[in-house]
Design a protein around this ligand. Structure first.
Ligand SMILES: C[S@@+](CC[C@H](N)C(=O)[O-])C[C@H]1O[C@@H](n2cnc3c(N)ncnc32)[C@H](O)[C@@H]1O
Length: 340
């Protein structure tokens, strides 16, 4: 058999994966860059008017808007183009539910094809370090779905804290570092009225956290430490410090600093919880953590998706003990104790 006659077992090349998805991504990116949904929301529904007002190519503008119709992100009526419920809600900049900046940051993470070049030269981050303060607004956008659908997350995390080894009625003082939407810790606040939660993240993210806390009616249980985790004072005597999907943005020195700071904030015998995508030990099997590792490579200076064994080593070097791997609904949580 020659190379030209591969036999019966020809692996199928999925043209949707290889071509179509990429075209749709570029369409979305162009539309986000041009803010076409804003123009329609402002009343420019005729494609010729839009193209002439903005000095855009009328043919290009038409194919773009038509494609967005096909993708369910625009529609047409007697006046021309109109928004769909989805684009009206998430893609118009004046809405508090606008997620365009988040999507744009996700779509431009490797600056239109510079990943190979970065790997060649080891130049990273490619565009921006996602742990820099200027990314606070983008991260705050990630909290919007949680603000909109809090009950979904409440149900999802209903038995998380029992799985992590805590009683429902246990009085707990908890610090959530780089909290994001703080889904897990705000669920705890709701389930356990004697718990006190401190949310730490960039100011805009913490503001979203406060809105979500108020929505749940747990505002009085929650306090806030806005700013860079490296610079702020965490406070002291926490029973639990949670660090979800933050350590992987840092190299060994950064992780050591983060874990030491967490240990100093804990009471003696307190618990640290580290969560996030964990690759299998051979870094070969599970797609999500391995794909995410490339994103972390491109968006940080020294970060990496660490395995459980690597985290265990980091935690033990920071003087944590009893490092264990737990699982909740397929998500991995590492639990360790500070010395008594
Ligand atoms: C991947 S999200 C994780 C959110 C949440 N902990 C979770 O597990 O879902 C990373 C979070 O880290 C925050 N972050 C990034 N760099 C930070 C820094 N230097 N100081 C404080 N927070 C930071 C971001 O704003 C974002 O909310």
């Amino acid at each position: 058999m020659t190379d030209e006659e591969p036999g019966e077992t020809i692996p199928k090349l999925d043209s949707i994966e290889f071509w179509y998805v990429n075209v749709k991504i570029s369409i979305l990116r162009a539309a986000l860059e041009l803010h076409v949904w804003d123009k329609i929301a402002e009343g420019t529904t005729n494609v010729k008017h839009m193209a002439s007002e903005e000095k855009w190519d009328p043919v290009g503008t038409t194919v773009l808007l038509d494609a967005l119709c096909g993708m369910g992100l625009l529609d047409k009526n007697s006046k021309g183009y109109c928004l769909t419920p989805l684009s009206d809600f998430y893609l118009v900049r004046t809405r508090s539910t606008y997620m365009g900046d988040v999507r744009m940051a996700q779509l431009t993470w490797e600056h239109q094809g510079r990943l190979a070049d970065a790997i060649r030269k080891g130049k990273r981050p490619i565009v921006k370090k996602w742990t820099d303060s200027e990314m606070g607004g983008v991260w705050a956008g990630h909290s919007i779905p949680f603000r909109l659908f809090p009950n979904h997350y409440m149900e999802y995390y209903e038995t998380l804290w029992q799985t992590l080894g805590f009683e429902k009625t246990q009085t707990m003082k908890v610090l959530d570092v780089a909290c994001g939407p703080a889904a897990e810790t705000l669920c705890l606040a709701l389930q356990n009225p004697s718990s006190k939660i401190t949310l730490q993240d960039w100011p805009k993210v913490v503001e979203e956290g406060a809105r979500i806390a108020d929505k749940f009616g747990v505002g009085p249980q929650v306090s806030y430490v806005p700013g860079d985790w490296e610079l702020v004072d965490f406070g002291r005597d926490y029973d639990v410090v949670v660090m979800g999907s933050i350590a992987h943005f840092y190299g060994p020195d950064g992780v050591a600093k983060l874990f030491s700071k967490a240990r100093e904030a804990l009471r003696l015998g307190g618990t640290v919880i580290v969560s996030g995508p964990l690759p299998d030990e051979s870094r070969c099997r599970e797609e999500f953590p391995l794909v995410s590792a490339v994103w972390v490579y491109a968006t940080s200076e020294e970060g990496a998706m660490y395995t459980f064994s690597e985290y265990k080593e980091f935690l033990e070097s920071a003087q944590f003990e009893n490092v264990e791997l737990l699982e909740y609904k397929g998500n991995k949580y590492i639990r360790a104790r500070s010395p008594q």
